[in-house]
Design a protein around this ligand. Sequence first.
Ligand code: CAA
Ligand code: NAD
Length: 308
Amino acid sequence: MLGLNLICRNFSTSIARAAIKNVVVVGGGLMGSGIAQVAAQTGHNVTIVEINKDILDKTEKSIQTSIQRVAKKVYKEKPQDGEKFVSETLSRISSSTNLPDVVQDCDLVLEAIVENLSIKHKLFQSIDSVAPAKTIFASNTSSLSIGEIASVTNRKDRFAGLHFFNPVPVMKLLEVVRIPETSDETYESLMAWAKAIGKTAITCKDTPGFVVNRLLVPLLAEAVRLMERGDASPRDIDIAMKLGAGHPMGPIELADYVGLDTTNFILKGWNEKYPENPLFKPCSSLEKLVSEKKFGVKSGEGFYNYKK
Ligand code: CAA
Ligand code: NAD
């Protein structure tokens, strides 16, 4: 009996630990390109899906630049090994504009598209009946509810949040977000995958902003409000938080770095859901910049100008 128990336990462990090898990353922007790079760097086969070929070309260029930086750092003394690392990594990445086509043999679909619930719903609905039963779906959302995103699928037991941080090749954290329906097998596979891609994973519940953004986004918004009141200039706010609080970037430059469109989507979404919370109030200067398509570093201008 004891022997059978052991066998059963080993068997269920082997199911729980089914390794994720083939990954589809949907969205090749700031986050998707970094996630795809890190997964490929660590030996996974990755397909990036975007809405058109021009964006895929941009994604490819940004991955090439970033992977060169990693190679330069890791293989400082051995540039030839660095070249091999770059070419092997790039050879594991392919791209497509047809999502249903590429999910056929994948273990994990990781969504990193625009922060909009109905667009994310459309995406997961389009592949739920096409993807194999084994495939885990995950969202990299910054602020939306994983449960609400998963609600349109018939695989809530194989659904979770995988929240990465920007820049993905550098930031070591991965938040693994469980919804009540996420199975132990799914959760364990994702925790093992986090380790396989070299990240430190923490587990959190499906609450607004999980851990990091629940603390960080109100900080960014407070900094913008401080600036709007004229209490200090953007540059002085940034210097203050770098030199006075030891942050690697000041909050105004971090908002530009995250993307003002994304930061604004987060605040507006939370404000609609929790109008009584003053920490989530939208900021007029942020909304104005977004309406002018000034999204921060990625568009060349935000609170600061990056075109020079
Ligand atoms: N790809 C690869 N490597 C990169 C990189 C990239 N995109 N960006 C930076 N690096 C590497 C550089 O090569 C460099 O390596 P070495 O130190 O070995 O030379 C190292 O990172 C530091 O880069 P820099 O010297 O260019 O600049 P820095 O020292 O100012 O660091 C930074 C840049 C890592 C971005 C740092 O400023 C930082 O940590 N900023 C805060 C970032 C942060 O808070 N991110 C979380 C945002 S919130 C989020 O992502 C969640 C959300 O949902 C909104
Ligand atoms: P981004 O604007 O840089 O990239 C989004 C990409 O998704 C664009 O290239 C767009 O063409 C593509 N896209 C949109 N709809 C698509 C579809 N139906 N199919 C395929 N591709 C599609 O945005 P980002 O900063 O990479 O953010 C992506 C997601 O990650 C968002 O949910 C965001 O909240 C989250 N996130 C962002 C950060 C950050 O610091 N920017 C950090 C963690 C999580």
